[in-house]
Design a protein around this ligand. Sequence first.
Ligand code: HEC
Length: 126
Amino acid sequence: MKKVIGIVALAASVFVIAAQVSAFQGKPKPAYGPTYTKVQAVFDKNCVGCHGVNGRGRINLTSYETLMKGGEDGAIIVPKNPMKSALVQAIKHTQGFRSMPPGRELSAADVKLVEGWVKSGAKSNK
Ligand code: HEC
């Protein structure tokens, strides 16, 4: 009888540990700082209506690969260099660039996020 209780107790503790491990894996901590995932969410909300597959200016903002490829005038992101990134200048409404999105402004927080992400190296991080 003792042996059975021991096995049951062991099985129960293995189950508890397994449940804790999977709960931990299921909930990754939100990443600190600007990440590509957060940047893509801004594009999804504000840009992909015009910049999808065959988007305006051949700019496709639906994936990291197409974002980094740029449009018909070349790259729009220069990692670590927001000043040279047409996309950053466009959302900051810098003269000489078309203001994006047209007729609207992103929130200051969204602009800061995109700019910070480019500055930190424009990585495909989550
Ligand atoms: C209502 C449609 C529309 C939306 C929404 C839009 N764009 Fe554009 N975008 C355009 C058009 C049109 C052009 C000019 C394309 C061309 O050169 O023919 C353009 C051009 C650009 C350029 C090139 C600018 C330059 O001067 O070199 C960038 C970068 C860009 N868009 C980024 C964005 C981003 C980022 C967003 C979202 C924050 C966005 N766009 C939202 C229509 C849009």
